[in-house]
Design a protein around this ligand. Structure first.
Ligand SMILES: NC(=O)c1ccc[n+]([C@@H]2O[C@H](COP(=O)([O-])OP(=O)(O)OC[C@H]3O[C@@H](n4cnc5c(N)ncnc54)[C@H](O)[C@@H]3O)[C@@H](O)[C@H]2O)c1
Length: 472
C-alpha cells in the first residue's frame, strides 16, 4: 500500500474540490483551502456547492479520512508536503490569463513555508508561470532549497470530473528536480500502480489494476504547454466539425454520418466531433484566448486559433438565424428552452452558448420559459426571473404552450423525452435542436418540424405546406 501524504489544495471550485476529494479517496490526508468563507462553511456541513456526479458520495463516505475544509492557508501550508494551487485563472481584457489569484496564493504560501514543500500548479496557466511563482516565493525570502515548483495540469471535464480524475487518460507531471517529481509520483501511486482499482468500492471507469493510467514526466514548461495546447486542439476540433456541419447543411448531407466517417480514422478519433451551437464553459474560450496571447508575445503566428474563435461565435449566430427561420419573428413568441449550462451534466454556466442565445431571444422580445436540471440557480444570477424569463421545473413545463422548443444543452434527460407528450404540450410542434439529440426522421414521424445542426431541416407537412424549404 502506498504511503499517505499530507496535501493542501487551494481553491475548492470544480478542479480544487474534485482533486481534494479524490486525493482523499486514494488515501491521502487533504486540507482544502478557500478564501470564500461561505463555501468553506457549506463544505464543512457536508454540502457540495457544485453539481458533479460522485462528489457528495465520496465526501460523505471518506469519514475515516475526511477532507478538512478551511480558509487558513498559512496553517495548511505548514502542515502539507505538497500544495496544489487550483484557483481561477480567468481571461483578462487582453485575452491573456489573469494570474492575480495565483500570485496572491503564491505570496501567502511563501510567508508560511517553514520546511521543504512542493508547490504544484493545478490551475491552467501560461508557460513560464512556474518561473513567476518561483520569483514570488524567493522575493518573500524563502531559500531555494525549501521549495520546488511543479506543474500538474488537470484534464477533467465538468459533469464527469470525479471519474476523469480517477480514470485519467494520462497524468502529466512537470518537474525540474527529482525530489519534486518523486513526491508527485508518490501522490499518484495508488492510481498509477493500479492498487486503487482493487478496492471493492472504487469508482468505476476505464482504468483497472491491469490498466492503470500512465504518468508522463516532463519539464514544467512542457507540462504548462501540454494543457493549453490540449484545450486549444479540442476547441479546434469542435470548430472544425461545426464548419463541416454548415457544409452538410448547405448540400443536404448529415453531419452525424460524416463525423462517424471522419472519427473512425484512428488518427483523428471520434471524440469532440459533435456539431452543435459552439463550445463554451470556463475553459475553452479563455484557454484558446490565453494560448493565442502566449504565441503573440513569443512572436509566433497562431492565427489558426483566431479562426477557431471566430467560427465558434458564428455558430451561435447561425443557430439564432435557424430559430428565426422557423419562427419568422420573435416579439410576443413564447419559446421553451431546455438547457442553460454550457453542456449537460454540469451546473456551470460560464461562457455558456445557451445563455447567450437565451439573452438574444429575450432582447428580441420573446418570452423564454427555461428548464435546466442543475443550472437554474446560477442562471438566475445572470438573467433574473421576469415576465420575459421564466424558470420552470420540468422539460414539459418549458414546452407548455410554447411556439417552439429549443434544445441548448446535451443533458441525457433531454434525449429521453416522451415525444407524444411533448407534441401535445407544445402550442406548435416545432423543435430546434442545437445538440442533435434526436433522429430527424423519427421526429417528423412524430409530427414535429425538426431543425438541428448539420442535418437536413425537416418541416412537418403542416408547416411544409407554407414553407417547403427554410425561408431566409
Ligand atoms: N472547470 C474545469 O473544468 C477545469 C478543468 C481543468 C482545469 N481547470 C482550471 O483549473 C483552475 C480552477 O478552475 P475552477 O473551474 O475550479 O475554478 P472555480 O472558480 O470553480 O474555483 C476557484 C476557487 O478558488 C477560490 N479562490 C480564489 N482565490 C483564492 C485564494 N486567494 N485563496 C483560496 N481560495 C481562493 C475561489 O473562491 C473558488 O472557490 C482554472 O485555472 C481552470 O482553467 C478547470
Amino acid at each position: 500500500m502506498s504511503q499517505p501524504l499530507s496535501i493542501a489544495v487551494v481553491g475548492s471550485g470544480y478542479v480544487g474540490l474534485v482533486a481534494a476529494v479524490c486525493f482523499a479517496e486514494i488515501g491521502h490526508h487533504v486540507i482544502c483551502v478557500d478564501n470564500d468563507e461561505s463555501k468553506v462553511k457549506m463544505l464543512r456541513e457536508g454540502r457540495v456547492p457544485i453539481h458533479e456526479e460522485y462528489l457528495e458520495e465520496l465526501l460523505k463516505r471518506n469519514t475515516t479520512n475526511p477532507v478538512e475544509f478551511t480558509s487558513d492557508l498559512a496553517n495548511a501550508t505548514r502542515r502539507a508536503q505538497a500544495i496544489f494551487i487550483a484557483v481561477g485563472t480567468p481571461q483578462s481584457k487582453t485575452g491573456s490569463a489573469d494570474l492575480s489569484y495565483v500570485d496572491a496564493v503564491a505570496s501567502e504560501i511563501a510567508r508560511s513555508i517553514d520546511s521543504y514543500k512542493v508547490i504544484v500548479e493545478k490551475s491552467t496557466v501560461p508557460v513560464y508561470t512556474n518561473e513567476w511563482i518561483r520569483r514570488v516565493i524567493e522575493r518573500n525570502g524563502v531559500p531555494k532549497e525549501l521549495f520546488d515548483i511543479a506543474s500538474n495540469p488537470e484534464f477533467l471535464r465538468e459533469g464527469t470530473a470525479v471519474v476523469d480524475f480517477l480514470h485519467a487518460d494520462r497524468i502529466v507531471v512537470g518537474a525540474e528536480t527529482e525530489r519534486a517529481g518523486t513526491l508527485l509520483k508518490k501522490i499518484y501511486e495508488p492510481l498509477t500502480n493500479g492498487s486503487y482499482y482493487k478496492k471493492a468500492d472504487a469508482v468505476p471507469g476505464i482504468c483497472s489494476e491491469k490498466n492503470p493510467p500512465p504518468i508522463l514526466l516532463t519539464s514544467t514548461k512542457a507540462a504548462e504547454i501540454i494543457k493549453h495546447a490540449s484545450n486549444a486542439f479540442l476547441a479546434m476540433k469542435i470548430s472544425f466539425i461545426n464548419v463541416v456541419a454548415n457544409i452538410c447543411e448547405a448540400v443536404g448531407a448529415d453531419v452525424e454520418e460524416v463525423a462517424k466517417g471522419i472519427g473512425s480514422d484512428g488518427r483523428i478519433g471520434p471524440k469532440f466531433l459533435r456539431a452543435g451551437i459552439g463550445y463554451g464553459g470556463s475553459c475553452f474560450p479563455k484557454d484558446v484566448a490565453a494560448f493565442r496571447y502566449v504565441a503573440e508575445q513569443l512572436g509566433v503566428d497562431f492565427s489558426l486559433l483566431k479562426e477557431v474563435e471566430a467560427i465558434n461565435e458564428e455558430q451561435k449566430r447561425r443557430f439564432f438565424q435557424k430559430v428565426r427561420s422557423a419562427l419568422w419573428t420573435f416579439r410576443g413568441k413564447r419559446i421553451g428552452v431546455l438547457g442553460l449550462s454550457f453542456k449537460g451534466g454540469t451546473d456551470d454556466i460560464r461562457d455558456s452558448p445557451a445563455l447567450d442565445i437565451v439573452q438574444l431571444l429575450v432582447k428580441e422580445g420573446s418570452t423564454v420559459v427555461a428548464f435546466d436540471p442543475a443550472a437554474e440557480a446560477r442562471s438566475k444570477e445572470v438573467i433574473p426571473p421576469s415576465d420575459k424569463m421564466l424558470y420552470v421545473d420540468s422539460p414539459y413545463a418549458a414546452a407548455q404552450d410554447a411556439d417552439a422548443l429549443l434544445i441548448l444543452s446535451d443533458w441525457q434527460e433531454f434525449a429521453d423525452l416522451d415525444l407524444k407528450k411533448l407534441h401535445y404540450t407544445l402550442r406548435y410542434p416545432i423543435i430546434i435542436d442545437g445538440r442533435n439529440l434526436y433522429d430527424p426522421v423519427d421526429m417528423i414521424e412524430h409530427g414535429f418540424t425538426y431543425l438541428s445542426v448539420g442535418r437536413p431541416s425537416l418541416f412537418h407537412a403542416r408547416d411544409a405546406a407554407s414553407s417547403s424549404r427554410q425561408l431566409p
